[in-house]
Design a protein around this ligand. Structure first.
Ligand code: HEM
Length: 423
């Protein structure tokens, strides 16, 4: 999801006492700290590493309520604090403002209009028709490393799959897709920090998207960008900026999230051999039910989105007994809510067959993930194909040596070294 984390603002009150957050230990395993917060300080005032004061919401019921509360805006302009901090997104450069008028930074009525437009083009049917292409991409990526007997599943598989998939869907021609891979790589490596490489990549991507939209207007095809242009031509208006911002958010929201679904999901299966065996047996028998519930469970149990769900209070709000003032940033911690024992039986246990599983991994309410059907398709294809083609897949590192990306927005591994019998 887009980096919508403001970088600095005047502190608006003292932080609450509690476990140390945002350390390397926390990045590796935040769940003990989340358990403490849910129990002792469920709506918790904290100072983020950037210096911003924010509220962390960690219980499932409060999280769901916050995500549906219309007094909590997505628009960073509602952030109280010095003008310099307003709307600070982590994406520097003069192009920022143009790209940032996207779904995840706006409220109704603009949000309603834009979401309706994109929903006309990004339909479940379009995604379903895309299934053979996702399978082809998945196989092609595995073909490239299967003879080696080893791979880094993040670099060689989880990272390229979503970027090629979304490029294909948007209508980026194959010969340009490696540029996207490079730009996206720059963004994910630096995690949205104000670094020159990120600014250059955003600028290049912005320029490329503007040109692509122009080309598709002249020469429409059967792709998502052409679909967006067509949808906007029928009565409702989509400006050039909005079209570019939409393409950008589809790329950005659909990229690192899916990398981490595949990465965290594969890692969880490697660490839970019984669950993995169950899934392998079910796939070998030609069943898909366990794969479908399993992907949802992997999202609940160790989902990609940790705290990328910023909101800003436009009115005073009472949540979990705490008073949130106008302009205060609120971070709904999906990863904590989805381990809440008040909502999920045996919440810390991975159970691929879990059926009562209304997790918040895709959010809730009007900003519910637009790309969920595509993410499910990619996640299912990726895991099923890995298990089928690399039946003796095993971890080639000690779990303690694996590094998680620090930062509060996304949760994912930097590398996932594996070994297997060369195919
Ligand atoms: C929104 C998670 C994949 C596009 C969201 C939100 C979450 C989320 C939690 C809501 C954020 C909030 O309320 O603040 C995920 C996860 C994914 C995933 C866990 C993968 C496993 C995708 C993909 C796409 C996508 C593949 C598109 C290609 C979007 C868009 C929004 C969104 C456009 C904004 C919707 C709106 O504001 O109306 N996603 N996402 N996501 N996601 Fe995803």
């Amino acid at each position: 999801v887009a980096p919508v984390c403001p970088e600095s603002a005047a502190p608006a009150g003292p932080a609450d006492a509690g476990p140390e957050l945002f350390t390397w230990e926390f990045a590796t395993d935040p769940y003990p700290a989340y358990a403490w917060l849910r129990e002792h300080s469920p709506v918790h005032r904290t100072t983020l590493p950037s210096g911003v004061e924010a509220w962390l919401v960690t219980r499932y019921a409060d999280a769901r309520q916050a995500l549906a509360d219309t007094r909590l805006s997505k628009n960073p302009a509602h952030h109280a604090g010095p003008a310099s901090a307003k709307g600070k997104t982590g994406i520097p450069g003069e192009r920022k403002a143009e790209l940032m008028t996207h779904l995840l930074n706006i409220d109704p009525p603009d949000h309603t209009r834009l979401r309706r437009l994109v929903s006309k083009a990004f339909t479940p049917r379009r995604v379903a028709e895309f299934a053979p292409r996702v399978q082809e991409l998945t196989d092609r990526l595995i073909d490239a490393f299967i003879e080696e007997g080893k791979a880094d599943l993040i670099h060689d598989f989880a990272f390229p799959l979503p970027i090629y998939a979304i490029c294909d869907l948007l209508g980026v021609p194959p010969e340009d897709q490696d540029d996207f891979r490079d730009w996206a790589g720059m963004m994910i490596r630096h995690g949205g920090g104000p670094r020159g490489g990120v600014a250059r990549s955003v600028k290049k991507m912005r320029g490329y998207l503007a040109e692509l939209i122009h080309r598709k207007r002249e020469n429409p095809g059967d792709d998502l960008i052409s679909g967006l242009i067509r949808a906007s031509d029928h009565g409702e208006h989509l400006t050039e900026n909005e079209a570019a911002a939409m393409a950008f958010i589809l790329l950005f929201a659909g990229f690192e999230t899916t990398v981490n679904l595949i990465g965290n999901g594969t890692y969880a299966l490697l660490r839970n051999p019984e669950q993995r065996m169950r899934l392998e047996r079910s796939l070998a028998a030609g069943e898909t039910d366990l794969l479908a519930t399993g992907i949802e469970e992997l999202l609940r149990h160790d989902g990609p989105v940790e705290m990328a769900t910023w909101r800003y209070a436009t009115e005073p709000v009472t949540l979990g007994g705490r008073h949130i003032a106008v302009g205060d940033p609120v971070l709904v911690v999906l990863a904590a809510a989805d381990r809440d024992p008040e909502r999920f039986h045996d919440a810390d246990t991975l159970d691929l067959a879990r059926s009562d599983n209304q997790h918040l991994g895709y959010g809730h309410g009007i900003h519910y993930c637009l790309g969920a059907p595509l993410a499910r398709l990619e996640g299912q294809a990726a895991l099923a194909t890995l298990l089928r083609r690399l039946p003796d897949l095993r971890l080639a590192a000690e779990p303690a040596d694996l590094r998680w990306r620090g930062g509060l927005i996304m949760r994912g591994l930097r590398t996932l070294p594996v070994e297997f019998e060369p195919g």
